[in-house]
Design a protein around this ligand. Sequence first.
Ligand code: MD3
Ligand code: FE
Length: 199
Amino acid sequence: MLDGFQYLPEYLNRQAQEELVDDIRNHMKNNPFFTPRMPRSNNPFSVKMTNFGELGWVSDGTGYRYEKTHPTTKKTWPSIPRPLMSIWEDISQYKNPPHACLVNYYNSGAKMGLHVDNDEEDLAAPVVSISLGDTARFRIGGLNRKDPTQSFKLHSGDVVVLGGQSRLAYHGIDHIYGGSSTLLKKGGRLNLTLRRVNV
Ligand code: MD3
Ligand code: FE
């Protein structure tokens, strides 16, 4: 495994997960999920998303980028919920706070193909990922698409830190195990990723 990769299973207990979901729901009022689209092809992602923070990641037919406002409501994104800021402070070991928190929602058929996250300028900062709800099969490889990959399950409450070399590793979500968690009333999986965008 590439250096800088940290897997923290069961980082959040059930009560902490429930409180986080409530906080996320409150921050989702007037901040609905939208369907990102692939640049050029305009094909929809199977994952729905929204963002918290000064900046949010958006994707449409014209490309990937960070924006200060929601693509459909045109409002600025809500602040990053406090418990998420605390998780960053506790485990990122980074001097500066995150600008963005991507909120991805997967229903049981959704996937995310292998990709690298490099739309951020501050690649020295780690990405911190928090999983809630249904279990996912996560795949991570190396710095080149053809490098060997390994997969493992991410369960509700697990946290992953992608620092160092792993920050630019290929990764994706192969499968969601529908009905594997009772955390979210409507099922599915939420993934939160905290990112620093500008240096
Ligand atoms: C490795 N999210 O939002 S989380 C993404 O579960 C993304 O929704 C997946 O890939 C999800 O871009 C995987 C784990 C993760 C997040 C960011 C990474 C792994 C990463 C950035 C660099 C390397
Ligand atoms: Fe990613």
